[in-house]
Design a binder for this molecule. Structure first.
Ligand code: B12
Length: 458
């Protein structure tokens, strides 16, 4: 069959993200004997908005027998700007645009889709939905389609796969790198934590599944063969897993003398050992991003985080002492927050030395999370179908407008405390267009990006 894979992600913050999932899905179809075309609508449209003519051109020329839509993001997860990034009406329009040009069945998948597959399938009008990881269910679906059209609708959610595929379209990698983006490399799947709002355990399961270190190194080498000293973002839910597999990978990277790259990843502010700082620096770390989330112990407890703010402060001090740039992502307004805890949180966040803080308010509610159950109990939503458009959870003890005023007052005068985050991210978009690459936020605290030369390919 001729299979067209369409990546439908237009979010460009914090930078345009290479379509890792869509690339894998395309490669799997290819390995299963199909003729495949990968259309990344963002890069095809010159990194602007949706241009249907790009879709029409490819459909007319390629005449697909099946169209797979990869839906990564639903929204921005930032209550201050989520509406502008909400994608489901656009995807609905795309499904209709495709149907106007071809009768080929349309199947939709991806992380965003998998968060509420039934509701999204109904809203967009695609023929089939495949929730979860694609490695096993996708080729099985294509076989079924080639044999005889299966009954339209949602296929059962796939179970976590034993072996995850890897695939990069190197031309596409180059075009994303030229936009200043960091290329994602996944080293494991699964998340062992149970943060109340988080969708990761639902998407990837609770058990850690490692990719063989050699496979990850091969990916890194492949990327380094087309982009000089690539900027890598390890795309794991939490990079520093408690069992310490991340150290094994970094040690292997340190021994691979041919590998020249810089990297960042999302970290839990916990589970560090004395030698970790040296290991990270020797492998080209550009900065650590901490999913700190809570600004005080009550908020951290309400989010079910397994650490307190004392540990956050102590780890931040160690990063500073070891000259490693850091950013903390902080959310105000979650369960159990009150005006009193907000005051404590403002003090705590402002007391962290030598780091950037990205600050947002309210928690995006995803179906089947403990937060969604709480929102049902508190009468904020009547059913999970209400979540088609993003709904944000705020503690009933807080007035979101007053919280907003308080946070502006607390952080407006500090360039390293970003509230709201969108303005700063738009500024980095301009810098990226000028040819700057990498994490960029470290320029706010005098990190390595400051004064960095524009790249030759920029
Ligand atoms: C790493 C990551 C990031 C990194 C990316 C680094 C990089 N350069 O790649 C950073 C921190 C930059 C980031 C940013 C954002 N992210 Co993010 N991110 C993730 C994370 C943890 C992993 C994504 C990943 O690469 N997975 C690996 C690939 C291989 O998996 P995959 O894309 O899911 O593809 C598989 C399946 O979905 C499926 N599949 C995919 N496409 C298709 C198509 C078909 C037809 C089929 C059948 C199957 C299928 O098969 C694939 C292989 O198994 C996920 C959460 C998670 N655990 O999935 C969130 C996630 C994807 N991000 C999310 C969001 C919202 C964002 C942001 C908008 C904001 C934010 N607050 O983080 C930005 C947007 C960036 C952009 N420009 O698009 C959401 C998206 C859903 C939603 N709520 O809207 C997720 C799901 C987390 C969440 N909050 O629920 N992100």
């Amino acid at each position: 069959m001729r299979v067209l894979i369409v990546s439908a992600n237009f979010i460009k913050m914090p930078y345009p993200v290479y379509p890792l999932g869509a690339g894998i899905i395309a490669e799997i179809a290819r390995r299963n004997g199909h003729e495949v075309r990968l259309l990344d609508l963002l890069s095809a449209g010159g990194f602007g908005g949706y241009k249907p003519e790009k879709l029409f051109e490819v459909i007319t020329e390629f005449r697909p027998d099946c169209v797979g839509l990869s839906l990564r993001n639903l929204e921005s997860t930032d209550s201050s700007n989520f509406e502008q990034h909400w994608s489901l009406d656009l995807v609905k329009r795309m499904v209709a645009d495709i149907r106007a040009k071809t009768n080929a069945p349309q199947v939709i998948g991806g992380a965003g889709f998998s968060l509420m597959p039934e509701t999204i399938l109904k809203h967009t009008g695609a023929d089939y939905g495949l929730a979860g990881e694609g490695e096993e269910i996708w080729p099985a679906f294509l076989d079924a389609l080639a044999a005889k059209a299966p009954t339209p609708g949602l296929w059962a959610k796939s179970r976590p796969v034993a072996h995850q595929a890897s695939a990069y379209d190197l031309e596409l990698v180059k075009s994303y790198a030229q936009q200043g983006g960091l290329v994602g490399v996944q080293t494991k799947r699964g998340c062992e934590y149970n943060c109340v709002y988080c969708s990761y355990p639902l998407l990837d399961g609770c058990l850690i599944r490692l990719r063989p270190v050699e496979e990850v190194l091969d990916d890194l080498r492949r990327l380094a063969s087309v982009v000089e000293r690539p900027h890598i973002a390890f795309a794991d839910s939490v990079f520093n897993d408690p069992a310490g597999h991340w150290r094994t990978l970094l040690a292997a990277m340190a021994s691979a003398s041919d590998l020249k790259l810089s990297w960042t990843a999302f970290f839990q502010p916990a589970n560090f050992e004395k030698e970790d700082w040296r290991l990270m620096k020797s492998t080209g770390v550009s900065g650590l991003e901490f999913g700190t989330d809570g600004s005080n112990d009550v908020a951290l407890g309400g989010l079910n985080k397994p650490f307190g703010f004392g540990l956050v402060t102590s780890i931040q001090n160690q990063c500073l002492a070891n000259d490693i740039s850091t950013a903390h992502y902080i959310i105000f307004g979650g369960p159990y927050e009150t005006p009193v805890t907000v005051e404590e949180g403002v003090k705590n966040v402002n007391s962290l030395k030598g780091c950037v803080a990205f600050i947002t308010t309210g928690l995006s509610i995803y179906p089947n999370t403990p937060l969604a159950e709480l929102a049902l109990r508190e009468g904020l939503i009547d059913s999970f179908d209400d979540l088609l458009k993003p709904v944000y959870y705020f503690s009933a003890d807080l007035d979101p407008d007053l919280l907003d005023c308080r946070l502006h007052k607390a952080f407006d005068t500090r360039r390293d405390r970003l509230y709201p985050t969108s303005e700063a991210l738009e500024r980095t978009e301009v810098l990226r267009r000028m040819g700057y690459r990498g994490i960029m936020w470290d320029t706010l605290i005098g990190g390595a990006s400051r004064g960095r030369q524009r790249t030759a390919d920029g």
